[in-house]
Design a protein around this ligand. Sequence first.
Ligand code: SAM
Length: 359
Amino acid sequence: MLKEYYRDDLNAREAKEEIQKLTFYPMMFQASRIIKSTGILKEVYLNKRKGIFPAEIAEKLNLPLYGVTILLETGLTTGITYLKKNDAFSLTKMGYHLLFDEATNVNMNFTHDVCYNALFDLEESILSEKPAGLKKIGVEADTIYPYLSTLEDTIKKSWFEFDHYYSDRAFPDALKVVFEDKPAHIVDIGGNTGKWSIACCGFNDDVKMTIIDLPGQWEKAKENIISLGLQDRVFGQVGDVLSKDLSLPENVDIVWMSQFLDCFSKEQVVHILSNICNNMGDDTLIYIQDLFWDRQRDFAAAYSLHGTSLYFTAVANGNSKMYHSRDMYEMIDEANLEVIKDVDEVGKFHTILKCRKKK
Ligand SMILES: C[S@@+](CC[C@H](N)C(=O)[O-])C[C@H]1O[C@@H](n2cnc3c(N)ncnc32)[C@H](O)[C@@H]1O
């Protein structure tokens, strides 16, 4: 648990400054995004030693001087630009990360393309426990999941890049943990585009996989599996885990769920886990790979997870979140399961909870 959450250690001046920053966050977010997307920040980077003036950038990029000036000046207080002695603009370390850091790029695109307009409806979402902002990305429904494959291209790209950025980085470590149990058959629930199942087949020559997902996602996964010639090892089962009668295939050694249970409310998670528990063999193991905000080493990681929870509220389904690990332990217990191994920093941010039926 991060110590920061157990103290209030800003002095009065710092506190006032921080809260004023917050009151302008959405505007500063857009300014920061646009200073990059217009190429202005790249020009500052290319001229960072001697600095560059707004008029030079405006002329080079054929942009209005007014807009270039506004964005460069805003950068001074957001921490993206700074002034040389002659008042020419240069790039800060933060500006460098805005330009080149992949996580920053992925998070920013997700926030802008998927969440930004929808978050205007956060209050309604909180009060109604429905994703009131989902309509802002073209989906009139109670949950985004059946419509992932039909999202408009830019929105879809940002959604999948965000999802994959984090799980992709966890998979190499996760493969080592999961294959310690020498599984012959793994069920990958919420298998999405098939990345984990494909990775398992690459890691082990014999393992068989079954992906369970909603129809639109399974169709996408199937294309990827066929294109790699893995159709004899990776099978699909279209199904909704929220339905009462979802069954598991025969002879399952491991049920794997990565970045999956955070897509559901507490009641739904208990329903899903109980259903798996009642359907699986006595020796079947459940591996839950998820991101818990209390387990993060860095402030930025916990902050990103709290932001992601707001996406769940206003966009995804109105009732799920990135959980505290204690919440997940309670849900596991309620489903008559117990945690027998707990591994942190899988990749950098994930936790794996290995569970079995209570003995
Ligand atoms: C956040 S993605 C997780 C993707 C992947 N497991 C990973 O680690 O990157 C959630 C996945 O769960 C699937 N899903 C959501 N609701 C579902 C439901 N009710 N039944 C089955 N699958 C569902 C979605 O289609 C999506 O593929």
